[in-house]
Ligand binder design. Structure first.
Ligand SMILES: Cc1cc2nc3c(=O)[nH]c(=O)nc-3n(C[C@H](O)[C@H](O)[C@H](O)COP(=O)(O)O)c2cc1C
Ligand code: SF4
Length: 486
């Protein structure tokens, strides 16, 4: 079901709704536009943050989003998916995250940290994970890449619960505005929650209540550390669709099960404050990020995975051969369906309606394809969500909030095409928009140069004080002052 069409509303009505502040139980955000989680390899190999990440987050705050939800932030080195992501595994990371918070707060933009653990779903876990299987609810390897797994003992479960709790404490000490549990898209929390993955026979497997035990313990441990007044939200799959790529897999959690899990996580008013709705039990998944599979880029950058999963060579062979690659692409597009903008809105609406029967103060955010004012306002107006989170359209247009204030969306040729080149490049290259057609220029070379300049702008200003900066950095520096309150 698509987001309701809002052709009947004037743009100014849509803009008024989008720029209305959103009050969570313990946090207020200036508008309904959240930068969704966007991981990029910007930092030091050992998980210490760098200047590029400060520059990266500032771009979105300057562009006018009300809140940034951070990229995947590992609570332990065993839980990372790629190297060079800033972590929150130790108190020595607090000063960096304090600097990130201060940088975006200058723009009246809030910052929520996504606390994450990969479990078995690691792309390149780095030297600390070499020759180790990923911790998981199960011994079974991930079915997509064939990444090896080891079922956690109860002692290991308790250790990871504590790592999440300490991550939340550190985020609070860093002056950030809240934390989000990454409970979606196949990472460790999903590996426990999903009936398609969790095959345990103990108290952490079996019924939906048992599968929820791990994350409920995390929620309670976080509350023990940060108290009742720190914002806590959870990104969750409305539906797993665990069998969408491989029909012989179990289907995983249904919407009805997710409703029960969400109610449980409210923990009688002492648990989570908001849910962030996604879908799809792996990353990537045809529903997330919803869009295309750029086959040429996929062949070029998937090679990094060859040393990882037992299925990676087979996958690479499929992607590298015309016929099989096109068949895989056709399966991907068929499973995704026709609707990209608001792909999760119907699920989000069903969950929001159910949660609000228990507690009207709980807010729901929805992710997936949003970049037009009528679609965003429509989703809020029809009760699908209280706000939207935006990933790729904000990579394409960092100033999308300013665009949406004035117009329905980006001008022709400037919108995000959902090509997913940013995602595939992310395995080896700086995170940015790699869709050449979106860049200015009459010739290929002009467009190419503009693209590279834009992608590399995240490294300006550079880490080393006094190093020369580019024109882009100079232009950014000229607009260092926060815009007037939006
Ligand atoms: C390059 C890239 C990196 C992403 N990194 C994360 C991440 O670290 N954590 C997460 O929960 N989702 C991540 N996502 C998913 C997005 O947060 C978002 O939910 C999804 O892309 C759908 O929104 P969009 O259509 O606005 O991009 C990533 C997506 C992309 C394209
Ligand atoms: S590469 Fe650019 S146009 Fe393509 S999905 Fe990413 S942000 Fe959108």
């Amino acid at each position: 079901m698509p987001v309701s069409s809002d052709d009947t509303f004037l743009h100014e009505d849509n803009a008024a709704l989008i720029f209305e502040p959103l009050k969570f139980r313990r946090l207020e955000v200036k508008n309904r536009l959240f930068r969704s989680n966007l991981s990029g390899m910007f930092d030091d190999y050992n998980g210490h943050g760098g200047n590029a990440r400060l520059n990266w987050e500032e771009k979105f705050a300057r562009g006018g989003v009300g809140c940034i939800i951070s990229s995947y932030t590992p609570v332990a080195v065993r839980g990372r998916i790629l190297t060079r992501y800033a972590m929150i595994d130790d108190d020595d990371k607090i000063p960096f995250w304090r600097a990130v918070g201060e940088r975006v707060h200058k723009y009246d933009c809030k910052f929520i940290m996504q606390l994450s653990h990969s479990g078995r779903q690691q792309d390149l876990g780095g030297v600390e994970n070499l020759h180790k299987k990923g911790l998981s609810s199960t011994d079974k390897k991930d079915y997509f890449h064939g990444l090896l797994a080891q079922a956690m003992t109860v002692g290991e479960i308790q250790e990871v619960v504590e790592q999440f709790a300490q991550g939340a404490r550190r985020a609070r000490e860093a002056g950030l505005d809240g934390v989000e549990l990454h409970g979606a898209n196949g990472y460790l929390i999903t590996q426990f929650l999903s009936s398609g993955i969790n095959d345990r026979k103990d108290d952490y497997g079996g019924s939906w209540e048992n599968r929820s035990r791990f994350v409920l313990e995390i929620v309670r441990a976080i509350r023990r550390e940060v108290g009742p007044d720190f914002h806590l939200q959870m990104k969750i799959n409305a539906v797993d669709h665990n069998d969408w790529l491989y029909p012989w897999q179990k289907k995983g959690n249904t919407l009805e099960e997710t409703k029960k899990i969400c109610r449980l996580l409210l923990d009688g008013g002492k648990g989570v404050d908001a849910f962030h709705i996604s879908s799809g039990s792996t990353f990537p998944h045809p529903r997330n990020p919803p869009g295309d599979l750029p086959l040429l880029d996929l062949v070029r950058w998937y090679d990094g995975m060859l040393s990882q999963g037992t299925w990676a060579r087979f996958n690479y062979w499929i992607f590298n051969h015309g016929l099989t690659a096109r068949l895989f692409l056709a399966l991907w597009r068929w499973r995704r369906g026709k609707i990209i903008e608001g792909i999760n809105a119907a699920y989000s609406k069903a969950l929001r309606e159910d949660i609000r029967k228990v507690d009207e103060s709980i807010k729901v955010l929805c992710t997936g394809g949003f970049q037009h004012a009528s679609k965003i306002a429509g989703a809020i107006r029809d009760g699908s969500c209280d706000g939207v989170t935006i990933g790729r359209p904000l990579i394409a247009n960092n100033d999308l909030p300013q665009i949406l204030r004035e117009a329905e969306g980006p001008t022709a040729g400037k919108a995000c095409t959902y090509c997913n080149k940013c995602l595939i490049h992310d395995l080896e290259n700086p995170l940015g928009c790699y869709e050449l057609s979106r860049y200015e220029g009459g010739s290929f070379d002009e467009k190419w140069n503009n693209m590279i300049e834009e992608v590399m702008s995240v490294f300006d200003p550079p880490t080393f004080p006094g190093a020369p900066t580019s024109n882009v950095a100079a232009a950014n520096a000229a607009t260092q002052d926060p815009p007037a309150a939006q």
